[in-house]
Design a binder for this molecule. Structure first.
Ligand code: SF4
Ligand code: SF4
Length: 338
């Protein structure tokens, strides 16, 4: 095991929460053609309906704010399964959103032919391994070949392509092998994520599935640096705060909305498996919810940092002589190397 004093990468810059900027993660459906082993979608909590085009437009209208930069991430499930996704992209762009689509790589309904790089700011693909052997063991047979083929097509058509790699104990050893692939595919942005404990991930019983602090700090910052050196913009979660760093809860200092097709709207992604959402969309109106809600937790100050992490993932925190050894940052806090 690596020394606990491993420091985070000095070349990485922490991206502070930006006031006046909003991120809207809109799950327009929860259906998917894949069954990834770590899928965080939980139909019991998120619904299993697909919103029709008109409803999506009305719900998007609720989040228009001409005074703020609003980043819209359209996702699912697999959002390209929605037959009207291209129209949703066009509508969103017209209303001033910076639009990203997060796809598993299948690009159903000929998405590339039905939208354009002028309308879609980023097309983001998910891969969890540098080859079929590693990726498909997590995401399913033939996913690697389909996804990489469609990345090539998207790049050839002039789309900005980003790639998301969800790090778990199953694939952290192969993260370093992503570099040649990212370069060959001409990926512009590389998002490294950490596996959560939500949805299917929470059911995995393999002890080696979660990543230890030591392994994370040993691998991820170095790989991020290597990707940056070849010109790829890399973003990865902060996860652990250094002693001198201040803890901030994104829900208190930034605007993030996670919208699900059953109408629930959360401000914190860690809360998404529980009926404690801040808002609900009812009859196309955004309403605050009463009772015990995620908002009741955001102002609690604890030595461990993030309250929801302490409640839901306490095994991430270690103590020595009764004192917290590693404060956990907000899961929305990122680092980047450009
Ligand atoms: S992780 Fe994404 S691509 Fe995989 S099954 Fe879940 S929704 Fe589908
Ligand atoms: S992850 Fe923790 S710190 Fe971040 S929004 Fe949720 S409760 Fe707040």
């Amino acid at each position: 095991m690596v020394n606990k004093a491993v420091k985070q990468n000095s070349k990485a810059r922490t991206i502070g929460f930006k006031t006046g900027e909003r991120n809207i993660f809109f799950h327009i459906l929860t259906a998917c053609n894949l069954s990834c082993k770590h899928c965080y979608i939980n139909p019991n909590q998120h619904g299993n309906n697909s919103l029709n085009k008109e409803t999506i437009f009305r719900w998007l209208d609720l989040f228009i704010d001409d005074h703020k930069k609003s980043n819209l991430i359209l996702l699912g499930g697999e959002p390209t399964l929605h037959p009207d996704l291209a129209e949703v992209i066009a509508y969103s762009k017209k209303k001033g959103f910076a639009v990203t689509v997060d796809s598993n790589g299948y690009l159903h309904h000929n998405l590339l032919e039905r939208t354009s790089p002028d309308q879609l700011d980023y097309l983001s693909f998910s891969l969890d391994g540098p080859n079929a052997e590693i990726n498909d063991a997590i995401r399913g047979d033939n996913v690697f070949s389909t996804c990489t083929e469609n990345i090539r097509k998207a790049v050839a058509r002039g789309f900005n392509v980003s790639l998301i790699y969800t790090v778990s104990g199953w694939n952290i050893d192969y993260l370093k092998d992503m570099m040649p692939l990212l370069q060959e595919l001409k990926v512009k942005r590389f998002f490294i994520q950490v596996i959560g404990l939500r949805g299917e991930s929470a059911k995995v019983e393999d002890d080696g599935f979660q990543v230890t602090k030591e392994r994370w700090l040993e691998v991820v910052p170095l790989v991020a640096e290597q990707a940056a050196e070849v010109g790829i913009h890399v973003t990865f979660p902060k996860v652990f705060l250094e002693e001198e760093e201040t803890f901030e809860c994104a829900a208190n200092v930034a605007e993030n909305y996670f919208i699900f097709p059953n109408g629930r709207v959360y401000q914190c992604p860690l809360c998404e498996d529980h009926p404690i959402h801040s808002f609900e969309i009812v009859d196309n109106q955004l309403q605050s919810c009463n009772g015990l809600r995620e908002t009741n937790f955001f102002n609690l100050e604890i030595a461990e940092g993030c309250v929801m992490n302490k409640l839901l993932q306490p095994e991430n925190i270690s103590y020595k002589n009764g004192k917290v050894e590693n404060r956990i940052s907000c899961c929305m806090l990122k680092q980047e190397i450009i």
